[in-house]
Each structure stands twice: as structure tokens, then as C-alpha cells.
Design a protein around this ligand. Structure first.
Ligand code: ZN
Length: 153
């Protein structure tokens, strides 16, 4: 192979929505509900204590590449003051979290020692959507589960 593989392939994205269990759980809950009713994503469970590289309570939103253009702008406007880490998954967890990340709101420290430099494709969890999304009337067409959802112009 002579072609340089400098262009990484983005397998999927995560958004981690951070909250303080003592004070900003209601905000996090509203953001979560807003995501669930609008987007086809995999909503992870609530982590009330820091886990892995994350130093504050949070929940994870895993989503396919096609969802980015709808979800991330929505989060920018509706994150309710919470910090949100948006990062690509390119099989390079350390760089994905520390270098390629997009922060909405103030950034938080991450534990680099918990982030492997690289993983195998088989170790990357596929996105398994568990929200219906698009329940609003303007997007009520049934979704066949394949390919990007077409939005009316
Ligand atoms: Zn993540």
C-alpha cells in the first residue's frame, strides 16, 4: 500500500452529556428527552458517578455519521448549560477524546490513562438505536431502518 491512510474513517460519534447529580439532573433529563423524541440514536444509561475517562456523571449518546448534522446543532442550542463532549470514533480512543473532540460548553478534564491509543474494529461497539426519533408530525414517515432519513426540503 502506497496510499497514506492519513484520512481516518469515522465509524460513529458519541455525545457525552455531563451533569451534576446534586444540581443539574433535571436539565440533563430534559436534554435526554429532547434527543429521544427527535433523533434515532443509542441512549446509554445514566452514570451517576465518573466512569472510564470521564470525570463527572454523564450519559452517552451514540449515533451514526448521518445523524451528526441534525443532532449536534440541536445540542448546541438545547444543552441547557451542560457541558457536552462530542467525539468521533476512529479506532483511536485517546486522540478521539483528547484531540478530535468538539466541546459544547466548558470542557472538562478527561483521564488520558483510561484511553487506549488504538483499538481493533471488532472492539468498536456498533450503534444500536433505542430511540424512535422523528415522532413529530413533520417527520412522521415510517423509517425503514436503512440509510439516512430524508428530510422534506
Ligand atoms: Zn465516548
Amino acid at each position: 500500500m502506497t496510499a497514506a491512510s492519513s484520512e481516518r474513517t469515522i465509524v460513529s460519534w458519541h455525545a457525552h452529556v455531563y451533569f451534576d447529580p446534586a444540581s443539574t439532573r433535571p436539565q440533563a433529563d430534559r436534554v435526554r428527552g429532547g434527543i429521544a423524541e427527535r433523533f434515532v440514536v443509542q441512549l446509554g444509561r445514566w452514570h451517576e458517578v465518573p466512569i472510564g475517562p470521564h470525570t463527572q456523571a454523564m450519559y452517552q449518546v451514540a449515533f451514526d455519521v448521518e445523524v451528526f448534522a441534525g443532532l449536534v446543532p440541536w445540542l448546541a442550542l438545547h444543552r441547557e448549560g451542560l457541558s457536552v463532549l462530542v467525539h468521533p470514533n476512529t479506532l483511536a480512543p485517546r486522540a478521539d477524546h483528547l484531540i478530535h473532540a468538539i466541546w459544547l460548553g466548558p470542557s472538562l478534564p478527561l483521564r488520558a490513562d483510561m484511553l487506549p491509543e488504538s483499538i481493533e474494529a471488532t472492539e468498536e461497539s456498533p450503534v444500536v438505536p433505542n430511540t424512535r426519533g422523528g415522532s413529530r408530525a413533520d417527520n412522521a414517515r415510517p423509517h425503514d431502518g436503512h440509510g439516512p432519513r430524508q428530510k422534506p426540503a
